[in-house]
Design a protein around this ligand. Structure first.
Ligand SMILES: *Cc1c(COP(=O)(O)O)cnc(C)c1O
Length: 226
């Protein structure tokens, strides 16, 4: 496992560097988030041993044991939809919540962070493909949600996140480009809104070329989920 992981990580690193070079970007601009969902807590140890420091989970419940296991050695990102009844625990477990998708959720997360005396990074999830089944706000709702985030001192709006439609290769590029354009617009009002969390195992190189600052990798690092 450890040898596999080291080999995969090294192959990915090469691709990340090449994509940065092609697009005139510095490697340090791109953070690799290792998505440990569905894998057991032992994998967290392996990821930490391989040098990964940013880890992603899509469910609060599943994150509980893993966050405890990593105790202070990782930065945890919530990348899955957050139900408001789980907001309090999400605030306690995660360092960055990437899936703020309504004013009500921003409000709830902000209040729990205040109560906990915690300063939390958040991203707004945008449904760039306008897909019915996907969570995320429509582009025209970003400003309202950003204002709701901004109303809480406990929250720092760091950027935008998206999961584009499931399309092969180059077909996803326009969606990544759209998210970057939306970020440019948001940044005029909220200067801290800088990050672009986009790109997964099959499309992270395209995402980097379009400006991704966070790529979220599961299968490319750890193999197929069972
Ligand atoms: C599972 C997941 C990922 C990782 O997907 P892979 O295709 O395994 O790289 C990234 N982002 C989100 C939101 C996910 O749910």
């Amino acid at each position: 496992m450890a040898a596999d992981l080291a080999a995969r990580l090294s192959a990915i690193e090469g691709k990340v560097e090449a994509a940065c070079a092609r697009s005139g970007r510095r490697r340090e601009e791109v953070t690799l988030i290792a998505v440990t969902k569905t894998f057991g807590p032992d994998l967290v140890e392996a990821a930490l041993a391989a040098g990964m420091r940013d880890l992603g989970e899509n469910r609060v419940q599943e994150a509980r044991e893993k966050v405890a296991r990593a105790a202070g050695r990782a930065r945890w990102h919530l990348i899955g939809h957050l139900q408001s009844n789980k907001a309090k625990e999400a605030v306690a477990l995660f360092d960055c919540i990437q899936t703020i998708d309504s004013e009500a959720l921003a409000e709830k997360v902000g209040r729990h962070a205040e109560d906990a005396g915690k300063s939390l990074d958040v991203l707004i999830q945008v449904n760039v493909g306008g897909e019915m089944q996907k969570s995320g706000v429509a582009p025209e709702e970003i400003a309202a949600v950003a204002r709701a985030v901004d109303a809480h001192r406990s929250l720092r709006l760091r950027g935008l996140m998206t999961i584009p439609p499931l399309l092969p290769g180059e077909s996803v590029r326009p969606f990544f480009r759209t998210l970057r354009e939306l970020r440019e617009r948001a940044r005029e009002t909220w200067p801290g809104c800088r990050d672009l969390s986009m790109g997964m195992s099959d499309d992270f190189e395209v995402a980097i070329e379009e400006g991704a600052t966070m790529i979220r990798l599961g299968r490319a690092l750890f193999g197929e989920r069972t």
